[in-house]
Design a protein around this ligand. Structure first.
Ligand SMILES: NC(=O)c1ccc[n+]([C@@H]2O[C@H](COP(=O)([O-])OP(=O)(O)OC[C@H]3O[C@@H](n4cnc5c(N)ncnc54)[C@H](O)[C@@H]3O)[C@@H](O)[C@H]2O)c1
Length: 329
């Protein structure tokens, strides 16, 4: 297929681009580079440096690109920032997705794989989280992603869009070949923050909340390797049902506490990684982990990485080779 990839210069998008190319698909990346990195884009992909807000450029590229499908990663994803600047988040995550869908409808592109998130569930009423649990996001970020799921559902009915929303849990790790990795600026994700401490770029890591109703008092999350996410995207693209909006959880189904992740990172890096105990952050659910059964049954997906230490080790290899991230060796 000829695939249009928004946000393909970002962390998860760039790994999916490599996976698409490995499966002999043709790829065009469309990214504003507001957060992504040009170096993360595989040179075999066509690169368009533009914003989804550009209502002249975007429809033109879609109309004349001959695309069979779209993978939509471009979004803002800092939960805390979304609380402070909700309009920015709705503008980029919702309004710009409407621009994309309008362009797709006009260009008659009717396959889409969308970056969803476990944040649509808010504080789940049961664990593990199944797809049918109530969607009660507790941040503008989560609400913006749920709104896009509604746009996809309504577009299926109105003009036959076939879509898959992949509700990722916490993405982690880096490409096995060491070519690309995670470099968010500012970095807000736990594992890369721990690795920055191990590299001497930060003094310590803050553990937000030590009085949660969990075995060790810290938050529990489900970590999913970015290459397993890439596999899920490929399967979703190839197996999506035309004219239907589907949604799948993508996680391993196992939760690790923040303190367990810290211990694993200390073991992988051999660095003491000092910690500071801090207050809970508003809007952090105590425990999130997936029931990934639906994607396993329906798409035949299976994670290759199930051990947290393997995920951290792959991230560590990339970070050691690129201590300053992209653009600085
Ligand atoms: N990282 C995670 O753990 C995680 C978890 C759940 C869901 N997600 C979702 O996955 C997607 C990718 O996340 P990521 O971690 O790779 O983030 P990222 O910031 O590394 O990648 C997003 C990319 O989109 C681009 N972009 C943003 N707005 C744009 C716009 N208006 N026009 C063009 N390009 C634009 C950025 O430049 C960046 O390259 C996001 O939609 C995010 O909400 C991520």
């Amino acid at each position: 297929m000829n695939v249009f990839v928004t946000g393909g210069a970002g962390y998860i998008g760039s790994h999916c681009v490599k996976r698409l190319l490995a499966a002999a698909h043709q790829v065009t990346v469309y990214d504003s580079l507001i957060h992504g990195h040009r170096q993360a884009v595989d040179p075999r992909a066509t690169f368009v440096h533009a914003d989804l807000a550009d209502r002249e450029k975007l429809p033109g590229v879609l109309a004349f690109g001959g695309f069979d499908a779209v993978m939509h990663f471009a979004a803002f994803l800092n939960v805390g920032e979304s609380v402070e600047k909700p309009l920015l988040y709705y503008r980029n995550n919702v309004a710009n997705t409407i621009n994309l869908l309008e362009g797709m409808q006009r260009a008659r592109i009717s396959r889409l794989v969308f970056s969803g998130t476990c944040a649509v569930y808010g504080v789940p009423e049961r664990l593990p989280i199944t797809e049918d649990l109530p969607k009660r996001p507790i941040s503008p970020y989560g609400t913006s992603k749920l709104t896009v799921e509604w746009l996809l559902r309504d577009s299926a009915k109105a003009w036959g869009l076939g879509s898959v929303s992949l509700r990722y849990f916490n993405a982690a790790g880096a490409a096995a070949d060491g070519s690309i990795g995670e470099d968010h600026r500012p970095e807000i994700h736990l594992i890369p923050v721990l690795l920055e401490v191990a590299l001497g770029k930060r003094e310590s890591v803050d553990v937000f909340g030590t009085d949660y109703p969990t075995p060790d008092g810290s938050c529990v999350r489900d970590y999913i390797h970015v290459e397993d996410l890439a596999d899920a995207h490929l399967l979703a693209l190839e197996l999506l049902t035309p004219g239907q909006a589907e949604a799948y959880n993508v996680g391993t189904g196992r939760g690790y506490s923040v303190l367990e992740v810290l211990a694993a990172a200390r073991a992988v890096t051999g660095h003491p990684i000092p910690q500071r105990l801090a207050a809970r952050r508003p809007g952090d659910p105590p425990v999130l982990y997936a029931d990934p059964d639906r994607i396993k049954q329906r798409l035949g997906w299976k994670p290759r990485y199930t051990e947290l230490s393997d995920m951290i080790a792959s991230a560590w290899r990339w970070r050691q080779a690129h201590p300053g991230g992209y653009g600085s060796e």
